[in-house]
Design a protein around this ligand. Structure first.
Ligand code: PMP
Ligand code: GLN
Length: 378
């Protein structure tokens, strides 16, 4: 059979989690918390299920949850998206991104992504019949906006960005967003802004959402994930906000992609989101984990990259090994008992930087066990 995605295998996250299980390794590879969500959230979902919310939700999403998302974006980023027409609830961010690409991109278009790039973007672009154009980030994982501007052609239609950025942990700041806005307005482009780590941002930095910038927001679909925000990655619930005309196109694709997102989780999340403290406390919560993990890693031969946001830490292992990133990640999992993700899997054409990614969304006990094992490398 002729494959639609001839160069795509099983995602690296699934592969490394399976290897970690096989070898009893501490799994700091795939990005997911190893701790439970808040009891109040579990109770809210339970109550929703018990009180009869077990049939199809409305197409756009449970109205209470759409309203809660609209209120949150207004409060944090200063743009009011209409709950009925400009907010939709999705089956997680991966689906939202695929649906957004299918809705905005035409066969033959070019879609610009910044490399290293999250693994679902390029297959989504290919399935839309478009061409992914990778723009390398700088050595410090910043975006070179002059390079972006110079790479735009009449075929460029959409630019995909991600801040805080997986895997580098870098964040886009005000100057970045202004540069982006200027480019997309000048060239009449659309933007898919993946902001699933919006609440994991450290050292008092504000999250600069695409929705903060009026001319940018006019051209953007902004993607969020409840899985990330409320420690429930397995629930697969996300949201998107976009201006009405763009959302109308997103909705056309969404309705034949998932039709509607599962109802109970939405009703439970809507109740839970009534207390903003539940997501506003996240930077402090994860900053503590970041600092604990980085302090532990400082006792190993790894060189640490900065981590401004997300729950990921990049480390350079060049003092330890000449192996490729894939080989090193496998070796670390099998022999040292700590799973990591090779950075090379975030490139269309793998680049070797002797760098791997660890996830620190773990209990302190788990992080300590991993650090003890990694400290033996010294
Ligand atoms: N975008 C980025 C940058 C991610 O790291 C992830 C991984 N969770 C997703 C999208 C997908 O999120 P979800 O689990 O909600 O599909
Ligand atoms: N986004 C998560 C990561 O980067 C994993 C999600 C997945 O496995 N698709 O590790």
């Amino acid at each position: 059979m002729k494959s639609r995605l001839p160069n795509v295998g099983t995602t690296i996250f699934t592969v490394m989690s399976a290897l970690a299980r096989e070898h009893g390794a501490v799994n700091l590879g795939q990005g997911f918390p190893d701790f439970d969500p808040d009891d109040a959230l579990l109770d809210a979902v339970n109550a929703a299920m018990r009180s009869g919310h077990n049939q199809y939700a409305p197409l756009n999403g449970w109205p209470g949850l759409c309203q809660a998302v609209s209120d949150k974006v207004d409060a944090l980023y200063g743009r009011r998206y209409e709950a009925e027409t400009e907010v939709m609830i999705t089956a997680g961010a991966t689906q939202a991104i695929m649906t957004a690409v299918l809705a905005l991109v035409h066969p033959g278009d070019d879609v610009m992504v910044m490399e290293p790039v999250y693994d679902s973007y390029i297959p989504s672009i290919l399935l839309a019949g478009a061409r992914p154009v990778g723009i390398p980030m700088t050595r410090q994982y910043r975006i070179d906006w002059d390079r972006v501007a110079d790479s735009i052609t009449p075929k460029t239609r959409v630019l995909m960005i991600n801040s805080p950025h997986n895997p580098s942990g870098m964040i886009l700041r005000d100057a970045d967003m202004r540069a982006l806005q200027e480019i997309v307005v000048r060239h009449d482009l659309l933007v898919i802004s993946d902001e699933v780590y919006e609440h994991m941002i450290f050292d008092g930095e504000p999250h600069k959402s695409a929705s903060c910038y009026p001319a940018l927001a006019e051209r953007s679909i902004v993607v969020s994930s409840f899985g990330k925000t409320f420690h429930v990655t397995g629930w697969k619930v996300g949201s998107v906000v976009a201006p009405k005309a763009i959302m109308a196109e997103f909705r056309k694709v969404h309705q034949f992609n998932v039709f509607v997102t599962n109802s109970v989780m939405q009703v439970g999340l809507a109740a839970y989101m009534q207390s903003p403290q539940r997501y506003l406390g996240l930077p402090t919560f994860y900053q503590r984990k970041r600092d604990f993990f980085r302090e532990g890693l400082s006792r190993t031969p790894f060189k640490l990259y900065p981590c401004e946001g997300t729950f990921f830490q990049l480390v350079d292992y060049s003092a330890l090994s000449d192996k490729t990133e894939v080989e090193f990640s496998q070796w670390l999992t099998r022999e040292i008992g700590v799973a990591a993700i090779p950075l090379s899997s975030f490139y269309q054409n793998p680049v070797e930087n002797k760098t791997v990614r660890f996830c620190f969304a773990k209990k302190e006990d788990t992080l300590s066990r991993a650090i003890d094992r990694l400290a033996r490398l010294g």
